[in-house]
Design a protein around this ligand. Structure first.
Ligand SMILES: Nc1ncnc2c1ncn2[C@@H]1O[C@H](COP(=O)(O)OP(=O)(O)OP(=O)(O)O)[C@@H](O)[C@H]1O
Ligand SMILES: O=c1ccn([C@@H]2O[C@H](COP(=O)(O)O)[C@@H](O)[C@H]2O)c(=O)[nH]1
Length: 240
C-alpha cells in the first residue's frame, strides 16, 4: 500500500518541452500532447488549481544556438518563444478537450497571450482555469525550471511538480549510468553537495530559500500526475 501525503489545493506543474517531441526529439507529437491533456483534464476534475510552465527544448535552447553563430541573448529569446509555441499548443489542445485554459506571457505579446501578472494568474486559477505561464522568467540566461520555481512561489503553490522523462532524482543521471540509485526524498542541500543535475541550481536554490517543495516524477507514464496529486509517494520529493 502506497503511503499518502497531504492533498494539494494549488500546484505548479513543470512539463518537459523535450518530452513533447517523444522519440523524434523535435517538434510536437500529437500523441504526447494528448497524453498531457488527458492527465491535466483529470487533475482539473479533482478541483486542484493548476498553473503550468512548459519547456522549449523540443524546439530551441539558447545555448545550442552559440554553435551556429546565434549569440546567447538572441538564442535565449528564441528559446523563450519556443516555450510560447508549446504553451499555445497545450492551451489549444486543452480547450479542444473542454478544459478552460489560458496562456499568459512573461514578455508582452498581445494578442498571442496576455501579459503575466500575479493577480491575473490568481484570478484565473481561482476561476478554475488551467493557466499556462510561458516565456519562463522572461529573461535570458535562465531556464524554464527557474521560471517554474519562480512562478510556483509567486502563485503560492503547495508544490512545484516537475514532470519529466525520468521517474525521480538519482545518485547520477539514470539515462547515462544504469547503476544509479533513486532517492525517495532528498534535501536541496544534498542536491547541491552531490552536484545532481536534474534541474538547474538557480531553480533549486530559489525553492530552497522559499521553502517550496518539489516533486520530480515521470510524466511520460499516463496516470502518474494523478497519483502525485492524490499524494501517492511516487518520484522524488525535494524539501529542506
Ligand atoms: N541525478 C539525476 N537524477 C535524475 N535525472 C538526472 C540526473 N542528472 C541528470 N539528469 C537528467 O535530467 C533530465 C531532466 O531534466 P531536464 O531539465 O533536462 O529536462 P526537462 O526539464 O524535463 O526538459 P525541458 O528542458 O525540455 O523542459 C533527465 O532526463 C535526466 O537525464
Ligand atoms: O526564463 C527563461 C526560460 C527559458 N529561456 C530560454 O528558453 C529555452 C528553453 O527552455 P528550457 O528550460 O531549456 O526548456 C532555454 O534553453 C533558454 O534559451 C530563457 O532564456 N529564459
Amino acid at each position: 500500500m502506497t503511503k499518502q501525503q497531504k492533498p494539494y489545493k494549488r500546484v505548479l506543474l513543470k512539463l518537459s518541452g523535450e518530452s513533447l517531441s517523444a522519440e523524434t526529439k523535435h517538434g510536437i507529437e500529437a500523441e504526447r500532447l494528448q497524453a498531457y491533456v488527458n492527465d491535466i483534464k483529470e487533475a482539473q476534475k479533482m478541483g486542484i488549481q493548476i498553473g503550468i510552465v512548459i519547456g522549449g527544448g523540443n524546439i530551441f535552447r539558447g545555448v545550442s544556438g552559440t554553435n551556429t553563430g546565434i549569440d546567447r541573448y538572441s538564442g535565449d529569446q528564441m528559446g523563450m518563444l519556443a516555450t510560447v509555441i508549446n504553451s499555445l499548443a497545450l492551451c489549444s489542445a486543452l480547450r479542444a478537450a473542454g478544459v478552460e485554459a489560458d496562456v499568459l506571457t512573461a514578455v508582452r505579446m498581445e494578442p498571442i497571450g496576455e501579459m503575466y501578472s500575479k493577480p491575473k494568474a490568481m484570478k484565473l486559477l481561482k476561476e478554475g482555469h488551467v493557466v499556462i505561464l510561458s516565456c519562463g522568467t522572461g529573461n535570458p540566461y535562465f531556464t524554464t525550471d527557474t521560471g517554474a520555481a519562480l512562478r510556483s512561489i509567486e502563485i503560492e503553490a503547495d508544490a512545484m511538480l516537475k514532470g519529466t522523462r525520468v521517474d525521480g532524482i538519482y545518485t547520477a543521471d539514470p539515462e547515462k549510468d544504469p547503476t544509479a540509485k533513486k532517492y525517495n526524498t532528498i534535501t536541496y542541500q544534498e542536491i547541491y553537495d552531490k552536484k545532481l543535475k536534474v534541474m538547474d541550481l538557480t531553480a533549486s536554490t530559489l525553492c530552497q530559500e522559499n521553502d517550496m517543495k518539489i516533486v520530480v516524477f515521470d510524466m511520460d507514464t499516463p496516470g502518474n500526475l494523478l497519483a502525485v496529486l492524490k499524494g501517492e509517494e511516487i518520484g522524488t520529493i525535494v524539501k529542506n
